[in-house]
Design a protein around this ligand. Structure first.
Ligand SMILES: [Zn+2]
Length: 155
């Protein structure tokens, strides 16, 4: 490895540009997965672990605005709904019943916030690593605040 660095003419002790790029991509991928996990935990709490469609016990997060087409709202919990496997896979993805979940989300956050979410979903955003780290900090804080709020409601 060291020989290769010297042959490529890179200064010793410095990673070649290509290796650096790959490690940044991996770090980014890991961070994105972490954000998905945090957003999902937040979603689960917000829906009190119940399926937003049938009220049964939920098990997974659904993105009302898809992750792939709407990267700008991927970690915006306003657009997430907690569902059980049957509702998620058969009703939503299988039959395309998205109006029921639109209503459930609007019922939770209100029409105004839903409209703002929709506008944001149509915005193209490119995230730097620092942006992603800031989103991580925001999700952790929101999760903590929500846990505290829900605990207070219990007592
Ligand atoms: Zn359900």
């Amino acid at each position: 490895m060291k020989d290769k660095i010297v042959r490529n003419g890179s200064p010793e002790g410095k990673k070649p540009a290509k290796a650096k790029k790959v490690s940044t991509q991996m770090e980014r991928k890991r961070l994105v997965e972490e954000l998905d996990g945090l957003a999902s935990q937040l979603c689960r709490l917000q829906w009190h672990m119940r399926c937003g469609m049938c009220g049964g016990e939920g098990s997974q997060t659904h993105h009302f605005f898809t992750k792939r087409a709407h990267g700008s709202t991927r970690w915006n919990d306003d657009g997430l709904i907690w569902l059980d496997f049957g509702c998620h896979i058969y009703k939503v993805h299988g039959k395309g019943d998205t109006e029921t979940i639109r209503d459930a989300i609007i019922n939770r956050i209100g029409q105004e916030r839903f409209d703002a979410l929709k506008r944001e979903a149509q915005t193209i955003r490119k995230y730097t690593m620092d942006d992603l780290r800031a989103i991580k900090a925001r999700l952790i804080k929101d999760r903590q605040d929500l846990i505290c709020r829900q605990a207070e409601e219990l007592f």
